[in-house]
Every structure is written in structure tokens, then in C-alpha cells.
Write a protein that binds this ligand. Structure first.
Ligand SMILES: C[S@@+](CC[C@H](N)C(=O)[O-])C[C@H]1O[C@@H](n2cnc3c(N)ncnc32)[C@H](O)[C@@H]1O
Length: 280
């Protein structure tokens, strides 16, 4: 079943948190000259028009990038995020939003490698067409978990793996834990950023506990919920669980979320956390 289309959700508050974390990690990796590999398991279409019928139907981008487009605050990481989104927009109008593989394309150097898997028969060719001219890239119409087995570890032995399933099926939570364990065995030096939605609090905590129980060291949880926890109201927030985060990420995300929370909040009960779940 592949009914999920990211074009309905591009640029929403969950994308803001996901892509902010992604950009911070990519910029950290770029501090060293040695090339790295960016691997995207569930890549989507790469670039989304916010004027499209899908984006206009939900208007979700207005809960996220729409609130930050004219950001004037002092936080350099939020500014770097907004500047990255501005790279795909010619002028001051917010018309396009780059997905995670496009963000990697914008920020990675020519010597870095980009690998991505996407199964959707419509989204894969759209994505692949954007990478035709990029030398070190591999964009496969392949199952995410098979892709991790086939393409890790990267030659460079350094990099970021973004794991961003649609969670349409309950089995995807279990699939992720198995896929993560297999990937980590092959590439333990890698940074892994796992996106998760907050829909039912107890289910979220069970999922996080299951990742902690893998015994993988150095796990950082970053979560932002613009609405209070409430079952039956859809996604009230989202988070990123980062394995082997840059040592700067915890403090950087705390600083970001202090500024972001009032800008993105939809309720006085909005809440966030940045928690080291498992030490190095
Ligand atoms: C949340 S979207 C990805 C968004 C993208 N990572 C971003 O941030 O711009 C999830 C994507 O996973 C794709 N997908 C679903 N199951 C998959 C699987 N088993 N393997 C690869 N891709 C899959 C869907 O078609 C969808 O495009």
C-alpha cells in the first residue's frame, strides 16, 4: 500500500523539525573536508510546489515554514534552515518546499555522495530526474530496508542516514527497528536520524522504549508538539531520534526549540523536549 503522498504535508511543522535537524547534522559533517554519504530511506519526490492542489488542500505548510518564512530572530540554525528553503524560491514568495533529498542536494558538496530509495511509482521518477546531473548519487526505486542492506556501509565510512517512513502500516514501527539494527551493524559509525509522529502518546513511548532496548549507544531525542497530547486528533507533534548525534546537537536544538516553540505553537499547552536517552 503506497497511498501516502508527501505533497499534502510538505513544509508542515513536522517537516520543520525534521529538516532543521537534518540541516544541522549536514552542516556539522561539512566541518571536515573528508567526504561523507547522505542516505535517505524514504525520500519522497524531492521538491514540492506549495501552490499545488495537494498543498493547497491541506495548507499544512502554513503550520510550519509559513510561520518562519520571514524569520528575523537571532538563532543561526533556524536562519540556516530558512535560508535553505529560500534556495528553491526565486523571490520573496514562498512557492516551493524542498524535501529531504533535495535539501541534501542543496547542501552536500560535489565530493559527498547522496543515496536515496523511494518506492512510489509517481514520486520516484520525479526524484530521480533531479539527480541526473549529480555525479555521486544513487536514486533507487527500492524498498527502504532492502536499500539499507544493499547500500550500507558507504565507502567514506561517515555520514547521515535519514529514516522517515510514512507509518501508514502499524508494521512499519517493527520494520524500522529491525532495519535500524541491521543498518547499525553494517555502519556503526553513522549518524541515524529517525523521524516519528506523535499521534498516541503511549504508542510513541513504546516505540521509543523499543529503540532504547536495542542497546545502541548514544541516542538523543528531539520532540516538538505544537498541540497538547490528545488521542483522536491526528498528529499533534513529531520528533527525531538521533543516534550518534554531533556533540553540538543537544545544545543547538534546545536553543532552537526555545525560539521555535512560540512561533509554531498552536496551543498554550505546546511542549518540547531534547533528551539524551542513552549515553555514548
Ligand atoms: C514521509 S514521506 C518522505 C518525505 C521525505 N523524507 C522528506 O522529508 O521530504 C515517506 C515516503 O516513503 C515512501 N515509502 C513508503 N514505503 C516505502 C518503502 N518501503 N520503501 C521506500 N519508500 C517507501 C512513500 O512513497 C513516501 O514518499
Amino acid at each position: 500500500m503506497l497511498s501516502y503522498r508527501h505533497s499534502y504535508h510538505a513544509g508542515n511543522h513536522a517537516d520543520v523539525i525534521k529538516h532543521l535537524v537534518q540541516i544541522c547534522i549536514l552542516n556539522y559533517l561539512k566541518r571536515k573536508e573528508k567526504p561523507f554519504c547522505y542516505h535517505d530511506t524514504h525520500a519522497g519526490a524531492g521538491l514540492y510546489s506549495l501552490h499545488s492542489e495537494h498543498a493547497q488542500k491541506t495548507a499544512e505548510y502554513q503550520t510550519g515554514i509559513g510561520k518562519l518564512w520571514n524569520y528575523q530572530g537571532s538563532n543561526a540554525d533556524i536562519q540556516a534552515y530558512v535560508n535553505t528553503i529560500r534556495l528553491v524560491n526565486d523571490n520573496d514568495d514562498l512557492a516551493f518546499y524542498p524535501g529531504s533529498p533535495k535539501i541534501a542536494d542543496l547542501l552536500c558538496r560535489a565530493t559527498d555522495t547522496i543515496q536515496a530509495t523511494e518506492l512510489h511509482p509517481s514520486d520516484h521518477p520525479i526524484l530521480a530526474s533531479q539527480f541526473q546531473r549529480r555525479r555521486h548519487s544513487r536514486i533507487e526505486k527500492m524498498d527502504a530496508w532492502a536499500g539499507l542492506r544493499a547500500m550500507l556501509p558507504p565507502l567514506s565510512k561517515r555520514g547521515l542516514v535519514l529514516i522517515d517512513p510514512p507509518y501508514e502500516l502499524k508494521t512499519e514501527y517493527q520494520d524500522l527497528i529491525k532495519g535500524l539494527q541491521q543498518a547499525y551493524q553494517r555502519f556503526p559509525q553513522g549518524t541515524y536520524a529517525i523521524w516519528y509522529p506523535v499521534i498516541e502518546r503511549q504508542a510513541v513511548e513504546s516505540f521509543i522504549d523499543a529503540i532504547v532496548d536495542t542497546q545502541i549507544r548514544n541516542q538523543l531525542r528531539i520532540e516538538y508538539c505544537p498541540q497538547p497530547d490528545a488521542e483522536g486528533f491526528g498528529m499533534t507533534g513529531s520528533g527525531m531520534l538521533v543516534i550518534n548525534p554531533p556533540f553540538t546537537l543537544k545544545q543547538d536544538m534546545e536553543n532552537c526549540l526555545k525560539q521555535l516553540s512560540p512561533l509554531l505553537s498552536q496551543s498554550p499547552l505546546a511542549h518540547w523536549q531534547v533528551t539524551q536517552l542513552v549515553d555514548e
